[in-house]
Design a protein around this ligand. Structure first.
Ligand SMILES: [Zn+2]
Length: 62
C-alpha cells in the first residue's frame, strides 16, 4: 500500500514558463521568478496555483 504525495509539485512561471524550484507553504506568499523577475502570488496550494502579483511600487528593502 503506497500513497503518492507530491510534496514538490512542479511550478511554472505564468510569465516566462521557467520552472520554479520553490515550494510555497502559504497561500498569499509572493515568490520571485528567477527567470524573469516577476512577482508571483500563491493564490492556492491545493491545487498549486500562482498568478502574477500586482505590481507594487514599494520597495520592501529585503
Ligand atoms: Zn518568470
Amino acid at each position: 500500500m503506497s500513497q503518492t504525495i507530491l510534496e514538490t509539485a512542479p511550478l511554472e512561471c505564468p510569465e516566462c514558463a521557467a520552472r520554479l524550484a520553490i515550494t510555497p507553504t502559504l497561500a498569499g506568499e509572493v515568490l520571485d521568478c528567477r527567470g524573469c523577475g516577476a512577482e508571483l502570488e500563491v493564490v492556492s496550494l491545493t491545487p498549486l496555483l500562482v498568478q502574477l502579483a500586482p505590481h507594487a511600487e514599494e520597495d520592501w528593502g529585503e
